[in-house]
Design a protein around this ligand. Sequence first.
Ligand code: ADP
Ligand code: MG
Length: 448
Amino acid sequence: MSVQSLEEKWHDLLSLMRKKCNPVEYRNWWSPVEIDPEKEVPTLLVPNVFVSEYLLHHYREELGQHFGITRKGKPAISFSVRERVCPKPKSSPPPRRSGSSVGPVPFGQEVMLNKGYTFDNFIEGPSNRFIKSACIGVASGSGCSYNPLLIHGGVGLGKTHLLHGIGHALRERPERIGFQCITTEGFINQLISHLREKSIDKMKRYFRNLDVLLVDDIQFLENRPNFEDEFCNTFETLINQNKQIVITSDKPPGQLKLSERMVARMECGLVAHIGMPDLETRVAILQHKAEQRGFTLSQKVAFYIADHLFNNVRQMEGVINRLGAQRSLMDREMTEGVIDDALGDLLRPGNRSRISIDRILTTVALAFDVSEQDLCGPKRARKILTARQIAMYLAKELLNESLSKTASAFGGKTHSTLLHAWKKISLALKNDDKLRRRVQKTRQNIEA
Ligand code: ADP
Ligand code: MG
């Protein structure tokens, strides 16, 4: 197969995809990709691994039809991650700068950004590296950005931090960028007050003239169809003009109770999950936060704390604040006992009535690296089954509910399944020290 014919195939595929995809999809997933003219086997140059995974997952058939299929039934292509910044797609006009007509300040208010939530203060690790670079891409307008960009993940994992990080970086751009960073609640409140004052057109004009819209906690639109409609109109107007939108959510779009129109719109762009940082990153975050508070945390102490807390970063920050407040402790040797004293109830069992099945599922999913859907689903792969049984064990131990009610929370399982899981894990805990420590730590995080 000659290089020329590979390039032709690629251009054929691009023309087909241009017709098949909507413009947003095409811009996100096909425009940034090129074929490597140097390679004899079809090799697609992609801006990051995520794009290759997305293409393989969503366009397998089309790729296979153009480049053939391997014996394993996969498209016969390779991917290579390109280092350089990808060019802006020719089809998309440069974003309009609203500085001259509409400033970034709405109705006399400043855009409220948390001072500390900058990219520099956001510690990077495997769980958030990709999403951080996507946010930097968006903020720099490098053309490698994705539109819309949706960041989802549990509470206290850095979604708002990254959103504000984009805001800070936009402010530093030499040209004036009209942007707004708003919580969904803030959007709704503004909508209500402008409806009341009959100045809704002014609000619409303002939002629809922005260059970049940053929206925090979109889940607050759930079950509010009227507000959702208005938001969706704004969203579509901006996207259709090629303006950047970034949204955070506590769950993936498909799990949000929003209209199909809204979900489909959000799924067109880059949907990226932010997870709990791994142990090393947690250590680095603790040390960074301590430094910001003006004290140093030794590796050993940081490891001890990071090893015990893995629910969310905000909780870790709480620990640093406490240690900071008890600075005299720093003069004493940091034994585990001293730290346990300082951490107090963060590491000790708390009020049981606060514990919910959702909290158990979120914590077990994080601790055992499976998804919450899998904990409640039918899959029986070993890793998933064990995590599910541990979640069932902890639910039986920690919730004051009937067995049937607790079991039904696991995707409608029966009380005998729950009891079986509880017996199995109880027995395993007697014989397996490592498992006992892991379950104990998970339990502490649920109770903290
Ligand atoms: P979310 O919006 O996901 O609930 P936040 O963005 O409010 O979480 O983050 C909670 C706290 O944790 C913030 O103070 C934030 O600075 C901090 N945080 C989260 N992730 C990181 C990180 N990777 N590096 C530094 N701080 C972080
Ligand atoms: Mg938040």
